[in-house]
Design a protein around this ligand. Structure first.
Ligand code: SF4
Ligand code: SF4
Ligand code: SF4
Length: 172
């Protein structure tokens, strides 16, 4: 089954309010299928060694990249007995990629590279094309792990579904 569409992450990133479908853990089914399958047991949340899963108002899990990085260890998927998280449903854990908004400090003339320093995939570069280099994110390298989100001092980074897979958009 496909993963859950949700265009709202980008909307949140750029300040617009929209109906928000939460960012589910990796390997989550499409949102509607996920809601049918998930029993809100919390096993995935309890099992996550990085403590990056929280519960939504209904008790179901959400990935909060402000809490840290998903390492794609697979513990949450293993813990999901109802198979609302199911690695067999897709080769990819999700289609998320990081996006940088205008509140990024270098875009305001202030030197910063906190996001680059924590990216495990070396997906963030600062080409020397401006007086204050600006971050660029290579979508081919970015896994949507979220490590860069929480370290940004201006909360300029959010995760959005890969444009190549709009039918599988996810948000947080
Ligand atoms: S894959 Fe691992 S780190 Fe990522 S949410 Fe699941 S348990 Fe946590
Ligand atoms: S950490 Fe945030 S403010 Fe700093 S360069 Fe990266 S996106 Fe911009
Ligand atoms: S979300 Fe992408 S750019 Fe950010 S730290 Fe992870 S791999 Fe790097």
């Amino acid at each position: 089954m496909a993963r859950g569409p949700d265009p709202s992450r980008r909307a949140l990133l750029f300040g617009r309010r929209a109906a928000v479908a939460p960012l589910r853990p990796p390997w989550a089914l499409h949102e509607n299928d996920f809601l049918d399958a998930c029993t809100a047991c919390g096993a995935c949340v309890d099992r996550c060694p990085e403590r990056v899963l929280a519960r939504d108002a209904g008790g179901r899990p959400v990935f909060d990249p402000r809490l840290g990085e998903c390492t794609f260890c697979g513990e949450c998927e293993h813990a999901c007995t109802p198979r609302a998280l199911d690695r067999a449903s897709s080769d990819e854990p999700w289609t998320l990629k990081a996006l940088v908004a205008d509140s990024c400090l270098p875009r305001r003339g202030v030197v910063c590279s906190s996001c680059r320093d924590v990216c495990p995939e070396r997906a963030i570069a600062f080409p020397l094309t401006a007086r204050v280099p600006l971050p660029t994110i290579d979508p081919a390298r970015c896994t949507g792990c979220g490590a860069c989100v929480g370290v940004c001092p201006t909360q300029a980074i959010a995760l959005s579904a890969c444009a190549a897979h709009p039918e599988r958009t996810e948000t947080a």
